[in-house]
Design a protein around this ligand. Sequence first.
Ligand code: UD1
Ligand code: CA
Length: 449
Amino acid sequence: MDDLVGIILAAGEGVRMKSRTPKVLHRFCGKELLRYPVELLGKVGVDRIVVVVSRANQDAVQDLLGDSVEYAVQSSKTGTAGAVESAASLLRGESKQIVVLGGDAPLVSEESMQGLINGHVENAPLMSILSGIVQDSNGLGRINRDHGSQRAVMGIIEASDDLNRDGQPVEVNAGVYCFQADWLWENLARITPGKGPERYLTDLAALAVEQGENVAALPANDPAEVLGINNRVELANLEDIQRRRIREHWMLEGVTISDPSSVMIDTGVTLGQDTVLLPNTILLGNTSIGANCEIGPGSVVRDSSIGDDCRVTSSAMENAVMESGVDVGPFSHLRPGAYLESGVHIGNYVEVKESRFAAGAVMGHLGYIGDASIGAKVNVGAGTVTCNYDGKDKQRTIVEDGAFIGCDTMLVAPVTIGAGAITGAGAVVTKDVPSARLAVGVPAKIVER
Ligand code: UD1
Ligand code: CA
């Protein structure tokens, strides 16, 4: 028997999102909402997790999480109590304690979760609740405490049943619980529906109190942790909080961010020491940036890897790689498969796709390089274009080390420019140019140099 297993509730319809995408698959700082509770449970050492899904989102959720977790299907709209109940056949008799949390509250911290688990048996043998004190209960369930000196928890009052609100700060339920497992499985069936067909898991608090046991509500380290996402306004507000935390984390790690509120860094991004992020810079997905770089202003980097000492000025890159000492921009675009070795310089208005620039190659201005391999120390003149598409297929261009491509050269692929060869300004190169030779004209001919 496990000490502790986890249940993540993700079967709600998420109606308030008004979306075709299931709520828990909406992205939050670059990662699907549902990944947050799964990773959180992993961090506190819960390795058996059941995710409760609906028939409607089952496939999408399984595509996301695969067999890293188990699944239970909640087949009708029976509320959070019904959701937990649908995991009974998998988990009944399998553990001593159970943590339950929603799939829509990504700010819950590892510290608070660990605190809840650690304090659970000691403070309340049957049920512990993570809570937080907020100004506005915003639809969250309120922790009802008695007026005695102990301020004992009496139950949880759902917002829809909560008539007596007086504008005072209020302690609310984060939707994160720790239960004694046997008690949970025995008592779920005692919960009756509220106003609608839904049965509230939160009714278990009053039930435990009726049975003469203590229920604990432990305030989270940061009250923001209790906030959940039910609509897109909450999605934006919580993302704002998390984005600020991410920026502060990186600033404390030695990254300079000027005008922080204009900079967006996804949760999977890593940054090196003394890197500077200039205003309006957006770093997305699985991006890593080394030390001593200057990114921005106005750069957008997605799923890319950038080494040390690089500069990306007002440029966009996606699925691209830069080794160290590379500089790009302003106004250039590195598309998927662009790979720039050390010391490459790409200036303005250059697009690179599925191409490798070897060490020290230079392309200062205007042009398109696609499906190409550019050798070391090649100089690509302004206006150069790889004519890589013949209307049916993509063709490759190879420019060997030390070649010099004159301004406005059209490289009609497939074509190879040999090492040290030169093309004249305006050349339309349709045939291979041997090493060290000169090609000029339209179509280009090899001439003496
Ligand atoms: C719930 C709590 C509320 C708490 C809040 C914290 C109940 C009755 N209320 O309210 O006290 O303050 O969370 O965010 O539990 N779900 C299912 N099946 C269902 C219904 C919901 O799996 O039939 C899942 C949802 O996908 C969601 C979670 O349970 O991940 C919470 O459901 P939601 O409808 O968002 O509850 P709240 O109204 O936010
Ligand atoms: Ca919710």
